[in-house]
Ligand binder design. Structure first.
Ligand code: PEP
Ligand code: MN
Length: 342
């Protein structure tokens, strides 16, 4: 739509799309509103829209993904999560234990996370474990502890849902629904979270390509939920020195085609305590919009992912370092971006 198009023009275009039997997706931007169309079996004649009042242009998106694409929204998306946001230029730090184990454990980590200036707290109440005999998470009782953390520290809560019942519960207690690597292509779950109005943190599958990750995000957005944050968390390769291979090149690759924010998870990406800080620094250097970090007050006794957990002291050092890198790069990156537009 043209930057000065009144609301009535936007609504008329939306109505026209609906009358044709398609689905409109209104994506407001800084300067103009874009309206995406999905549900069309083939190409639509742009003449339907081109001469309508307020319409600036009708563009055919030929890529397999549409709503995630910069064709639809050239400027970056800023996703609101609870009382904070991701993608707006400030480095988002999401930290907390892998699993919610008990109130004392969670609150001791939450204090360190709040003290670090981070605005988001993570912790799983539903854990996707390789073995059915491993700790599966505290379920709803764990979510209640997370809700108390939010009340005490004003941290926005990011937590995983593994099925539809879990989504309903995370919606009730949390601020952001995490879809784990193992569920990245659980298409019915993606559609279900697409129908909620909570932001979704979508983690890259264990062997997912860039296009598969983007199309998984497209599933969520096609249902009308546009608040999606992507997460690189390492992929399976032949390399055995780390739990996974953190594929940082996907960060600029995503920014090249999509307006969605992308964060990096150096905890699952490496699986090794000593690698988390260096790879977090690298993630910020390649332009990630944020980090998700596992922290435990007593990693040797963690019920899940202890080998990659940072102690609160290690975590606080990481935050200082990544903030310094982010600050040092921000003016350069911004200048570079505006220079490349010119
Ligand atoms: C997690 O964040 O604790 C987790 C299980 O992550 P992933 O789905 O990336 O393995
Ligand atoms: Mn974990």
């Amino acid at each position: 739509m043209k930057p000065d198009a009144p609301r009535s023009d936007v609504e008329r275009v939306i109505e026209t799309i609906e009358k044709l039997g398609y689905k409109p997706h209104e994506l407001p931007g800084e300067n103009r509103t874009a309206i995406g169309i999905t549900g069309n079996p083939g190409a639509i004649d742009p003449a339907h829209f081109e001469n309508m009042p307020g319409v600036a242009d009708a563009i055919r998106v030929t890529k397999p993904y549409k709503l995630i694409s910069k064709d639809l929204r050239p400027e970056k998306s800023i996703v609101k999560v609870g009382t904070a946001e991701i993608g707006g230029g400030e480095l988002a730090i999401i930290a907390g234990p892998c699993a919610i184990e008990n109130r004392e454990q969670v609150f001791s980590v939450a204090k360190a996370v709040a003290d670090s200036g981070a605005k988001f707290f993570r912790g799983g109440a539903f854990k996707p474990r390789t073995s059915p005999y491993a700790f599966q998470g505290m379920g709803e009782d764990g979510l209640k502890i997370l809700a108390d953390v939010r009340d005490e520290y004003d941290l926005s809560i990011v937590t995983e849902a593994m099925d539809e019942r879990g989504v309903d519960l995370v919606e009730k207690y949390g601020d952001c629904i995490q879809i784990g690597a193992r569920n990245m292509q659980n298409f019915s779950l993606l559609k279900y979270v697409g129908q909620t109005r909570k932001p979704v943190l979508l983690k890259r599958g264990l062997s997912a390509t860039l296009d598969e990750l983007l199309l998984a995000a497209e599933y969520i957005m096609a249902e009308g939920n546009y608040d999606v944050i992507l997460c690189e968390r390492g992929i399976r390769t032949f390399a055995a020195h780390a739990r996974n291979t953190l594929d940082l090149s996907i960060v600029p690759a995503i920014h090249n085609v999509s307006h969605l924010p992308v964060i990096v998870d150096p905890s699952h990406g490496t699986g090794r305590n000593y690698m988390v800080n260096p790879m977090a620094r690298a993630g910020v250097a390649v332009g990630a919009d944020g980090l998700i970090i596992e922290v435990h007050s007593n990693p040797e006794q963690a019920l899940c992912d202890g080998a990659q957990a940072l102690t609160p002291v290690q975590y606080l050092a990481l935050v200082q370092e990544v903030k310094a890198i982010h600050k040092a790069l921000s003016p350069v990156v911004n200048n570079f971006e505006s220079a490349s537009v010119v």
